[in-house]
Ligand binder design. Sequence first.
Ligand code: ADP
Length: 489
Amino acid sequence: MRRSLHIKLVLIMVLLIVSLMVVVGAFLMNSVTGYYINDFYQQIADAFGQDNVDFVRNLQTVTEEGEDGAAMVREVLNAYAWVLGVDRRNRNFYVLDGTTGRCLGGSAPEPEGGLGVTPNISTALLGTPGFDSSVTADYMDAAIPITRGGQPYIVYILDSRETVRSLNGSMFSLIIEALVLGLVISVLLSFLLSKTMVNPLQRLTDGIEEVARGDFSRKLEVTSGDEIGQLTASFNAMARQLETNIAELEKAEQQRKDFVANVSHELRTPLTNIKSYAETLADGGDLPPEMRSRFLGVILNESDRMAHILQDLLTLSRFDSRRDELRLTRFPFAQVVDDTYQAIRMDAQNHAHRVELDLPGSLPEVRADRERIMQVMMNIISNAIKYTPDGGRIRISAGQAGDSVWMEVDDNGIGIPEGDRDRIFERFYRVDKARSRQSGGTGLGLSIAQEIMRRHEGKLYLVDKAEPGLTIRMELPLRGPREEAAHEE
Ligand code: ADP
């Protein structure tokens, strides 16, 4: 990765510098040529302009008898050579015949092959000054027609553009030097840059490979606040999230396995009992009638237990797959507490329990599934009855706290050992399996109760207490669940 990114960086830098130099070079050289051409024509225009009347008058003075007009013009031009910028090397003047364009002499000998008739000379032959030059031509010239003593002449100034060419040449080699230097610097810089960019990327890649191998322990250090830093931070967050998700998945998988094992175990016990009692009944034809009816009673009991377990499992499964809708209605909370109390009184009396009911005069209405809420109450009160030795005390209290109502059931029974307190809401969890089974418990009651409360956006939890026994509390929001597969009635 390092290599390819580095090569890309070098390429980008080289392209950048080359294109910059080409643009700047072309622009500079073009400007210099343009400036030089403009300056040339400006100089000629100034020389023949109003500021130099002497020069123009001298050029056009009437030629005296016997004098060579062209030589006189040449003499004047020689005297004013500096005004025209004539250096006799790169720039020269010539005097041409105004009618034929033939060269009559100049500041230098006529070039080999003659001057030729340039567009400017043709213009001057027609009587108007020629001042045009193309940027691409390798020379520039100006041809000004004058008359001296009735005789037409053309003052022709020719510049070979050698000055601008050599200027452009040195500028070109300067640009090439700058280009080479720029390239060297850019290669060095790209090494540095690629180091700062590639190193964190390389670390990130290593981290990703480790995560791909399933190792989430490594946390990458965020060394900068730039995009790579943000990417590293996002990667760390993603790895943490992934780790949590996988842990949750593993936990769920373990719970599922435990659940299947528990269900099989719970169903196997009553089934084994039913089978052995049924076999005894089938084999022993001469069993006494009271024994026969006792066996039948056991078979019936065990079948009821199985039906009970299956009923609870079905309820949980409907909750899990959210197929079970809550039937929401408005009803007075105190009323349900009282109804439940009345329903369990008989059972409590059978166990010689003293049941105290502490219900405030008025409690608000709640929006909930009345039957389900009553199911929760029945479950926790009948647990208190079951897990308190006969002759115990059970206190049921209720009240309002803010936007919720609550009900608490407190007993002085066997309680729950400290280590089991967190687990009693788990499916099939029972502190004392024999006692639970004996009293017809499935170990699913509290899981169902907690699920019902959760779906009402309420809570069901154990309250800490110092005395022996157990206190369990349910809380229910008055407004009822907000987002719930529920239908109002
Ligand atoms: P079960 O059908 O066995 O009663 P629950 O889910 O209702 O199942 O309760 C789970 C376990 O919690 C019970 O087996 C019991 O060990 C414990 N438990 C529940 N309520 C009480 C209580 N009031 N006192 C002591 N233990 C309790």
